[in-house]
Design a protein around this ligand. Sequence first.
Ligand SMILES: Nc1ncnc2c1ncn2[C@@H]1O[C@H](COP(=O)(O)OP(=O)(O)OP(=O)(O)O)[C@@H](O)[C@H]1O
Ligand SMILES: [Mg+2]
Length: 220
Amino acid sequence: MVISFNSIKGGVGKSTLATTMAGWLASQGKDVLLVDGDDQETSSDFTAWREQTLGNTGYTLVNMTGANLRKQVEAMKPKYDHIIIDTGGRDTTSQRAALSVADVSMIPFVPRSFDLWTITKVTDLIDEIQSIRAEPLIAYTFLSRADIRSADNRDVAEALSQISQLTYLPYPISNRKAISNAAGLGLTPFEGESIDTKATKEIEDLFNRVLNGNHVTATA
Ligand SMILES: Nc1ncnc2c1ncn2[C@@H]1O[C@H](COP(=O)(O)OP(=O)(O)OP(=O)(O)O)[C@@H](O)[C@H]1O
Ligand SMILES: [Mg+2]
């Protein structure tokens, strides 16, 4: 499966979740390619730290940006069980290339900074991408970096679930120190000496939902 992490807004947790998913799938014995499609290279930095910490990253990392990303991912698809694409938080050629080649797009929203402008931009972009794709893209939204208890979560979840082009997944990822601490070492929250099982459960629930389907694919 080709899974791309996308957003129009920066800092929503794409790189954190893309690298976590790559490491998590690799730990299950899957052949994984992690595509760093962002010229900020957060996934590449993570992978370099990971190599230092663990010696072996468990997955293959490549950097690809621009229109080339689509062609390359298409060519590499048969060689891997899963390809995970991390993109930058802007509407760029790389972001569009990732959306055009992915089976699934994961679009995180941070409830505290949710705004209608972003959601309109996202739906416009997804509509445009769907119109040029042969097979429809499955576009998922979910809460990321959510406060553990906040009225914002419910309001934003409600707003996201109303959008017909996007399928809202009720599996929020909370803002947890364990998640950012692990990333700083090149580890996923599933690795390291002390594991925050609340964090790992949230992440696993979201990832399993995405991998196992049950798709109620929204049609535009
Ligand atoms: N669930 C979380 N809990 C705590 N910290 C998090 C969580 N998710 C991400 N972060 C932290 O938030 C910051 C932004 O995350 P990240 O780099 O993954 O976002 P991004 O969407 O990839 O950003 P960009 O658009 O700039 O590429 C990082 O410092 C990361 O460690
Ligand atoms: Mg990033």
